[in-house]
Design a protein around this ligand. Structure first.
Ligand code: AMP
Ligand code: MG
Length: 328
């Protein structure tokens, strides 16, 4: 069984093709990078509309499959930016009609869990999902993936991006701040905003910009922001592990590419005697392969939608989508 998956929830348009053993047969992605400032949903969607036909062609060529080899077409239904989601969904509907294959809607956050789960070999891990727009700790329980904790304001990645742009840089800010932080060493105090298993970042953004105006050097600022923000994420992940009596943690999302975050979470998990797994970068960031793989799982449970009921859901909640392949 081979499934083609389309990802277009935010800045990345991506097409992946996977086998029923989660081998990535073909993957083609392109990220929209605004010339300045943050992402405008309409401009990102225009990028996806322009890029997706070529991305489909490239993924299909890499995989060496034809329309008759593909068993289902999956697409990210939500959560995400409406215009971006619609761009991917439109291409998925068209392929489904053209190839006469079932159309399988996939929740983007569940896809991050499922790709990390299959790559890690861990049966029932917790996911720390740290991306541009999303920051969540997710675990499976009683028929659904449950959000145990999340950001109360902006996603961690958006926070890093906004800060970097305010400091004079360009999108994406996370990787640039990571480089900058390597030459920083002075730890400046910033708001450490953990509320139970939830976090918040807007206070830290304000405080970091105030420190910047006071002349704190950019490397020290980056170091302090990383130390504080990633400690917050590590703390809520540990609290969720303890409450749910789990010992496995997987990472997902663009911010989960960060070396410092990876090592802080790894240290915490291993000190508790557990296992931590971070997927390789292409499978951490938004990608069509995770949509295809989750589409495969969903299609083994015969989850599909007719085209006329395949509307996107920009605010789709992780804990509202059925996951019958995980059992009751
Ligand atoms: P995603 O939304 O999952 O595609 O991830 C995009 C976000 O990940 C952006 O906000 C980036 O700034 C952030 N990001 C990517 N690489 C890194 C990194 N090495 N460290 C921190 N943030 C990163
Ligand atoms: Mg994502």
């Amino acid at each position: 069984m081979v499934v083609l998956g389309i990802e277009s929830t935010a800045h990345t348009a991506s097409v992946g093709i996977v086998s029923d053993r989660a081998e990535v047969l073909g993957l083609a992605s392109d990220m929209y990078r605004p010339p300045s400032g943050g992402i405008h949903p309409r401009e990102a969607a225009n990028h996806h509309v322009a890029m997706l036909p070529d991305l489909v062609r490239t993924a299909v060529e890499k995989a060496g499959v034809g329309p008759t080899d593909v068993d289902a077409v999956a697409f990210a239904q939500g959560p995400g930016l409406g215009p971006c989601l619609r761009a991917g969904a439109t291409v998925a509907r068209m392929l489904s009609l053209l190839w006469e294959k079932p159309l399988v809607p996939v929740n983007h956050c569940v896809a991050h869990v499922e790709i990390a789960r299959v790559l890690s070999g861990l049966d029932d891990p917790l996911l720390l999902y740290a991306s541009g727009g999303n920051t969540q700790v997710i675990a499976y329980g009683r028929g659904r993936y449950r959000v145990l904790g999340e950001t109360l304001d902006i996603g961690i990645g958006n926070f890093l991006d906004k800060l970097w742009i305010e400091l004079g840089g360009t999108f994406p800010g996370g990787p640039a701040l990571e480089l900058e932080a390597r030459s920083g060493s002075a730890l400046h105090e910033l708001p450490y905003s953990v509320h139970g298993m939830d976090v918040a970042f807007s206070g830290m953004l304000t405080a970091a910009l105030a420190l910047h105006r006071k002349g704190v050097p950019r490397p020290d600022l980056a170091y302090s922001v990383e130390s504080t923000a990633y400690a917050m994420l590590t703390e809520i992940t540990e609290r969720a592990l303890a409450h749910r009596r789990r010992d496995g943690v997987v990472l997902g999302g663009g911010v989960a590419c960060n070396g410092r975050l990876r090592s802080m979470v790894r240290t915490m998990v291993e000190e508790r005697g557990g296992t931590m797994f971070a997927p390789p970068r292409p499978m951490c960031v938004d990608n069509g392969a995770m949509i295809a793989w989750t589409g495969h799982l969903a299609w083994t449970s015969r989850l599909s939608v007719p085209v006329e009921r395949s509307g996107v859901e920009p605010r789709q909640r992780t804990d509202l989508v059925p996951t019958p392949w995980r059992g009751a």
